[in-house]
Design a protein around this ligand. Structure first.
Ligand SMILES: C[S@@+](CC[C@H](N)C(=O)[O-])C[C@H]1O[C@@H](n2cnc3c(N)ncnc32)[C@H](O)[C@@H]1O
Length: 405
């Protein structure tokens, strides 16, 4: 293992022998110049610039993508990520001058990708974000000073038919969220305002601080917080999050704007099994991490955003959703779905294209998936997945399958 990562492992009390036993870190260093543990990469680097414009469960660590793109592709190449998720591969490719194409089923994930990768008029977007924030602050002041007026219906009170929104937010937070949503239409940069609102709504739900990713029930009273090791009160407002994420988004957009290159990024919403791409697009390779069998429901993960903005949902087209489980039938369906995606992407692959698939392949499905797609297996790299931000994540290992078409 790299000395710098060993040092970090010691600091975090991570068992390096266990990692060495399960992964060939020496081989990773020899072939890739990196042991793929990324232990010394700190949280703020893992979530640098637009990579943390909105949380997303199941995201690549950008440094992993960077290692592979740098080693196997060059400036001017074009890659495709048919499960583009929150857009990590597209962003890292762009920074390296590599063109990229993403396909993604979930319309909200597509919005995240677009808002992370689009070229902004910085002055304009900053002005709009701050103007919307100012209006929200005025509304919130009124809401608190004159709450009796508000609740006497002398000023407008917002309401929604969504049971989800009514259940998961305090009265004040819901009013602030619905007010902000109502003013988005007044601006040109509506997408980024939706991202700020969605991120804030996620944080402002009535959930315990330690359970942001998969909350079960709303908390309405003081509770013992495992994260902060003290009693905490339920979240009462959305304003402080909208305030924080407004400034945070401006900073992140500005940072990426300085790094971005002219390499193109094209994003397509749809089912990657059937989405037809323009014939003239030719790919030098694939870099992707597919959904795994029965682990995450990708639409449901961002339920608050779907409820707020009424994006159409296509849950039934998700490959390997958690709701379908991990039984034999689910696995067979999964393999067929993944094979269909790579066959479809193959139509635009050049001969000899390189295919990298990052998967926690505990059922050993990918060697056969590769065969069914006429991909030749060149190598497999293994890496530990550690130090993830959500409490519920146990440490596990993932593989990077390297195929050639
Ligand atoms: C593991 S995630 C990819 C995460 C991505 N690497 C990132 O860093 O954000 C898999 C993605 O595949 C998408 N997906 C699932 N079924 C799909 C399908 N039939 N067509 C296209 N995308 C699909 C999910 O919505 C999810 O965003």
């Amino acid at each position: 293992m790299l000395a710098i990562n060993k040092k970090a492992a010691l600091k975090f009390g991570i068992d390096t022998d266990f990692i060495e036993k399960k992964t060939d870190t020496q081989k990773n260093i020899e072939v890739l110049g990196n042991d793929l543990t990324f232990l010394s990469v700190r949280e703020f680097e893992r979530t640098k610039h637009v990579h943390r414009l909105h949380p997303y469960l199941g995201k690549f660590i950008p440094q992993l993508v960077e290692v592979f793109l740098k080693k196997y592709f060059k400036k001017g190449d074009t890659i495709i990520d048919p499960f583009a998720g929150s857009g990590t591969a597209l962003i890292e490719a762009n920074v390296l001058g590599i063109n990229s194409v993403g396909i993604e089923l979930s319309p909200f994930n597509v919005l995240i990708q677009k808002m992370k990768t689009q070229k902004y008029n910085i002055k304009e977007v900053e002005g709009e974000i701050l103007d919307a924030l100012k209006r929200l602050k005025n509304f919130s002041n009124l809401l608190q000073q004159k709450s009796s007026l508000l609740f006497d219906n002398k000023i407008d009170k917002f309401s929604t038919d969504s049971d989800y929104l009514n259940y998961w937010f305090s009265e004040r937070a819901l009013q602030e969220i619905l007010f902000y949503r109502s003013i988005i239409k007044d601006y040109k940069n509506q997408g980024i305002l939706k991202i700020i609102l969605s991120r804030s709504a996620r944080s402002a739900r009535l959930i315990p601080h330690y359970d942001l990713a998969r909350p079960q029930n709303a908390v309405r009273e003081t509770y013992w917080c495992i994260k902060h090791k003290r009693y905490c009160d339920p979240i009462d407002e959305a304003l402080k999050f909208i305030n924080r994420y407004s400034y945070d988004s401006i900073r992140r957009i500005k940072e990426f704007d300085k790094l971005r290159t002219n390499a193109f990024i094209k994003i397509y919403q749809g089912d990657a099994r059937t989405k037809k791409l323009p014939e003239e697009l030719k790919f030098n390779g694939i870099f992707t991490s597919p959904p795994y069998v029965g682990v995450i429901d990708y639409h449901e993960q961002h339920r608050y955003a779907y409820e707020l903005f009424n994006f159409p949902r296509q849950d039934e087209l998700e490959i390997g959703p958690a709701t379908r489980g991990q039984n034999g039938n689910a696995k067979r369906e999964y393999v067929k779905g993944i094979v269909d995606v790579f066959k479809n992407a193959s139509e635009n692959l050049i001969d000899g294209a390189l295919v990298f698939i990052v998967a926690n392949d505990k059922y050993n499905l990918y060697p056969d998936i590769g065969k069914q797609c006429s991909f030749k297996l060149i190598d497999v790299f293994h890496r530990p997945v550690l130090m993830r931000t959500e409490r519920d994540s146990n440490k596990y290992f993932e593989s990077i399958f390297y195929f050639r078409r």
